[in-house]
Design a protein around this ligand. Structure first.
Ligand code: NAD
Ligand code: FES
Length: 274
């Protein structure tokens, strides 16, 4: 049993942050790894990459977007409520080294996953430039947290209501064109964003990692639900990832597979609120 110690609603209530008491996981989990939550006995399994952890208080932080029936049910939980299962750490940790200057690019809810990894790159002694973007000012998350662990922070909004108007790829292009010290780019966000970041960094020959979020079922490499194509080979995101060399990922296939379930997710959300 895992207790919700703190709950915060962000982005007009569409993105929720839970701080959950899970001391064993908090002790072991590394940036980039994920947990699978099951709210109750009959509940669906929800994979969530951990956004932060505090080993001393035994707390892990997860941040999720409300997209279907189960995430809507999770939003209805309150501080003090119990989550039946939290399994983890799962997946491989992000490879964090001191490489010099890194650019961390986060879009929408992806910033939640990026934060934990960006913090680790900063702690490893890197110069961290962060670019985070959202549709508008209200949808922007973790701006202050990203500011605290970055040497430079650029914020974009699609509508220009905060920071630069445009997509995260706009300032990224400028950085890659003007600076020669960028050793690595990490990009986490919607598939189209990660694909466009990779198309850009390929032109500059800059190593790029992405964190993928295909449909997951068991999270242990047994069901094959999370298969992705990387370097023309089938990989299971839950055990071989979730982070991969972005220049080798087949984003078009990932986009196709993920869009198969979008309609079902929306319908399940509609039925759950009727
Ligand atoms: P969103 O659509 O609000 O986009 C967030 C930001 O990504 C935008 O503000 C923009 O800067 C950038 N972006 C969007 N389209 C782009 C494009 N064509 N080119 C360059 N940059 C672009 O994002 P959202 O609503 O948070 O997420 C949308 C989907 O992505 C959801 O289905 C979500 O599940 C998925 N997602 C995946 C991950 C992951 O683990 N990789 C993380 C977050 C969200
Ligand atoms: Fe089943 Fe990865 S979720 S193999």
């Amino acid at each position: 049993m895992f207790q919700i110690i703190r709950k915060q609603e962000m982005a007009r209530g569409t993105i929720i942050r839970f701080d959950i008491e899970a001391p064993k996981i908090a002790k072991k989990i590394k940036p980039g790894q994920f947990v699978i939550l099951r709210v109750n006995e009959t509940g669906e399994r929800i994979p969530l990459t951990v956004a932060d952890k505090d080993e001393f208080s035994g707390i892990i932080t997860v941040i999720f977007q409300v997209v279907g029936k189960t995430t809507a049910l999770m939003r209805s939980l309150k501080e003090g409520d119990i989550i039946k299962d939290v399994t983890g750490p799962l997946g491989k940790p992000a490879e964090v080294h001191n490489v010099g200057t890194v650019i961390m690019v986060g879009g929408g809810t992806g910033v939640a996953i990026l934060y934990h990894i960006a913090k680790a790159f900063k702690e490893a002694g890197n110069q961290v430039v962060s670019i985070i973007g959202a549709r508008d000012k209200d949808m922007l998350i973790l701006k202050n947290e990203m500011e605290n662990i970055s040497d430079e922070l650029v914020v974009t909004t699609d509508d220009g209501s905060y920071g630069y108007r445009g997509f995260v790829t706009d300032p990224l292009k400028k950085y890659l064109g003007e600076r020669y010290d960028i050793k690595l780019v990490y990009a986490i966000g919607p598939i189209i964003m990660m694909k466009n970041v990779c198309n850009l960094t390929k032109q500059f020959n800059t190593k790029t990692f992405v964190s993928l979020n295909p449909v997951m079922i068991d999270g242990t490499g047994m069901c094959g639900g999370c298969r992705v194509k990387v370097d023309n080979k089938t990989q299971f995101c839950c055990v071989d990832g979730p982070d991969f060399d972005g220049h080798l990922v087949d984003f078009d296939e990932l986009e196709k597979r993920n869009s198969l379930y979008l309609k079902d997710e929306k319908n399940s959300l509609l039925f759950s609120i009727r």
